[in-house]
Structure formats: structure tokens, C-alpha cells
Write a protein that binds this ligand. Structure first.
Ligand SMILES: CC(C)(COP(=O)(O)OP(=O)(O)OC[C@H]1O[C@@H](n2cnc3c(N)ncnc32)[C@H](O)[C@@H]1OP(=O)(O)O)[C@@H](O)C(=O)NCCC(=O)NCCS
Length: 172
């Protein structure tokens, strides 16, 4: 098997099954199938990117074919400041009537074997590039208090913790 260099690109509809499997490995919570379909089709304001590891399966030279392995993903949604809760307005320093748009990170994951190689950072760069190009005011997210790895990762990427919201996630 020949291995190429990992790269970032938008998620494609053909990535659906790999995305679901990787998402489930990163987040052991059931997500609606519409969530993934909207992500890969760019519906409901969703924008998503994948970290792709190209592998060439060898054998007969003529049969050799490229297989793209999804080793990381970020799924985000373009929100209007109107959609924020009052406490989020305060946390993000935006007026409730501010018509600005923001990029909200819904889920973000890198395959366990591929972590600490900078893929998370590259996915953040895709978000930053998209936000700049589209005049989005900021990128924001929620994360669990106990998820120290994610907090360190986001801090390293330049995010700043603004607000503590008790019981934001109701995990059974
Ligand atoms: C959080 C996550 C996406 C990071 O992806 P990654 O590809 O490993 O991140 P990077 O390699 O780009 O890390 C960049 C920097 O962030 C920090 N960082 C990342 N993971 C870290 C960890 N587990 N512990 C401490 N710092 C960490 C480091 O400063 C790292 O730089 P370094 O490796 O040179 O020290 C990945 O750990 C993950 O998928 N976790 C499970 C799902 C999750 O919790 N997602 C976030 C909540 S939505």
C-alpha cells in the first residue's frame, strides 16, 4: 500500500458511511442520520471538512485504485447572532439585534491513531479561511468541562473560554 500526504477538503456525500463510523468512534452518542446527511450535502447551513488520508491499494497495477480514508472531520453551522441565547450574546460580546453571522462548531474529531499530528489544527485553518472569505464575525463552540484535551486543543488554536454554562449538555 502506498501512502500519500494527508490533506483537508470539504466532506463529500460519498464520505457519509466513513464519517458516521469515525463520528461514532469519537462521540459515543447517537446522532440523527439527518445530521450526517445535512453535513455532507451542506444543507441546513452546515459546512464540513474532512482530513483525508489517501491510500493506494496495490495488487495488479491495473487494478490499483485510490482509496480515501476519512481520518478527521469538523462539522460547523453558519448561525445568525439572532439565534444566540442571551448568555451567549454576553459571552461573545454581541448585541441581540446584531445581524452578524458566526460559525458554530457542532462536532470535531480526529481518528485516535491520527491525533497529535496537526490535523486538528489544519481543520481549524479550514474554518478560519471559510469564515474570512464569508465575512463571518467569529467561530465559537461549546465543550464539556471534563474534556481537557479538547480545551487544550482549542486554546492552542487561539480560542478563548468566554462562558461557563452549567448543565449545557444533558448526557445520559
Ligand atoms: C480534540 C482533537 C480534535 C484534537 O485533534 P488533533 O489532530 O490531535 O490536534 P492537533 O494535533 O492539531 O493538536 C494541536 C495542539 O493542540 C494541543 N492538543 C491536542 N490534543 C491534546 C491533548 N490530548 N492533550 C493536550 N494538548 C493537546 C497541543 O498543543 C497540540 O500541539 P502539539 O501536539 O504540538 O503539542 C482530538 O483529540 C479528538 O478528536 N478528540 C476526541 C473528540 C473531541 O473531544 N472533540 C472536541 C470536542 S467537539
Amino acid at each position: 500500500m502506498n501512502e500519500g500526504e494527508t490533506f483537508i477538503r470539504p466532506l463529500f456525500p460519498s464520505d457519509l458511511e466513513q464519517l458516521k463510523a469515525l463520528h461514532e468512534a469519537c462521540f459515543p452518542i447517537q446522532y440523527e442520520k439527518h445530521y450526517f446527511q445535512n453535513a455532507v450535502h451542506g444543507r441546513a447551513g452546515m459546512r464540513s471538512w474532512a482530513a483525508i488520508h489517501p491510500c493506494r491499494t496495490s495488487g495488479d497495477a491495473e487494478e490499483a485504485r485510490s482509496q480515501n480514508q476519512v481520518v478527521g472531520f469538523v462539522i460547523a453551522r453558519v448561525n445568525s447572532a439572532w439565534d444566540l441565547t442571551p448568555e451567549e450574546h454576553v459571552g461573545l460580546g454581541l448585541a441581540p439585534t446584531d445581524g452578524t453571522h458566526l460559525l458554530y462548531i457542532l462536532t470535531f474529531g480526529v481518528h485516535e491513531k491520527w491525533r497529535r499530528r496537526g490535523l486538528g489544527d489544519q481543520l481549524v485553518q479550514a474554518l478560519v479561511g471559510y469564515s474570512r472569505l464569508n465575512g463571518l464575525r467569529c467561530i465559537y463552540l461549546h465543550t464539556l468541562d471534563q474534556n481537557e484535551a479538547a480545551q487544550r486543543f482549542y486554546r492552542h488554536a487561539g480560542f478563548v473560554a468566554k462562558l461557563e454554562i452549567p448543565r449545557y449538555y444533558s448526557l445520559a
